[in-house]
Design a protein around this ligand. Sequence first.
Ligand code: HEC
Ligand code: HEC
Length: 351
Amino acid sequence: MKFYFYTLLAVLYALSIQGCQSDDIDSGIPMNENVVLEIPSYFPELTYDFAAYPLTNNGIRLGRKLFYDGRLSADNTIACAFCHLQENAFTHHGHALSHGINDKIGIRNTPSLNNVGFYTNFSWDGAIHQLDEFSIIPITTDFEMDETMENILQKLSADAGYKALFKKVYNTDQINGRQVLNALSQFMVTMISASSPYDHVMQKRQRFSVEEEKGYALFQKNCASCHQGALQTDFSFRDNGLTYNPRTEDVGRMRVSLDAKDSLKFRVPSLRNVELTAPYMHDGRFRTLEAVLKHYTEDLRPNPNLDPAFKNADGSIGLRLNTDEQKAIIAFLKTLTDNDFISRPALAEPF
Ligand code: HEC
Ligand code: HEC
């Protein structure tokens, strides 16, 4: 049988007006060429809108440089990559709550950045709907990078390398904030994780082991109503029965909606690369996947907004999975680990 794996191309714009300039002498690649992302057929539509600026090699290169540049922070030390480390699927490994400039502790666990060009909302409470609008938050938050866009523009404008790159990408001598945020997004939309064993199974290039297959079936039944599809999330806000954390005082979606019905609801996180992204949950309270499964089966709290998915017909709460079944689910979750994604040179710190 013949299967077409990476055949679906997202056509991101109709006509190229930039043409093809061979302006990168180092690589010989026409760097200002528009880039067409390769998207597997079982992925949803891209949500990122390239209408304002098409995706280009130079744009991605510029965004990558910015993502790894500490100068986006007040003391020039905290880059985006400080909290979003590639080897941990762009999470802040080992830190329950993120800590940024001057070791200030934030209130939330750093989520993985993968497939963000397909997201319909951002952050644990879904406050933001556009990727381009997101990056200004870590840049200006006092416990993250604590910088202003004004200062960043000054720093970047004083750097000949940046000036030249901005000129190539945006055809301007005047670097502005919108371009900085767009370039960061251009890089982030290339963070496509679609080469895990799970993907290879979806692409019919590989089969699950017996244990993984069993875990996949249990996952579909118990977890996939929320951790859904290729992205492993449906982007909805749910209360999965965690206790309120008095230290962070985080009520989740209610922070955005101010509606008590949203208290302790958090956005369903993607489980891609979950083996690498401990600790877990919005405040990083669990260190292992075993602890997560124990939570879902034994420790759910009867919060007022607890999701109906966890309520049983006899009035009890909690998923019914024995130890073997929990192990099988964890075996399945590990098939979401994408070694190509965490070692892909194009996503690493540029030199
Ligand atoms: C101090 C650590 C830290 C730094 C530095 C940082 N982030 Fe984050 N990032 C986080 C945390 C924590 C969240 C979750 C925020 C929330 O839910 O309120 C997050 C969330 C995100 C998200 C949303 C992901 C999702 O699942 O919705 C994106 C995109 C992102 N960061 C990009 C960036 C970019 C770009 C930079 C640099 C300009 C950056 N981050 C700098 C910690 C950090
Ligand atoms: C009703 C929706 C729902 C169901 C069903 C569900 N989850 Fe979740 N899951 C969530 C939400 C919401 C969060 C984030 C909660 C938070 O941090 O406050 C989450 C978080 C997680 C996390 C932590 C991820 C991270 O990056 O921190 C893991 C792992 C997880 N779930 C696995 C599972 C497994 C395995 C199942 C099935 C046994 C399952 N979930 C069933 C909604 C659900």
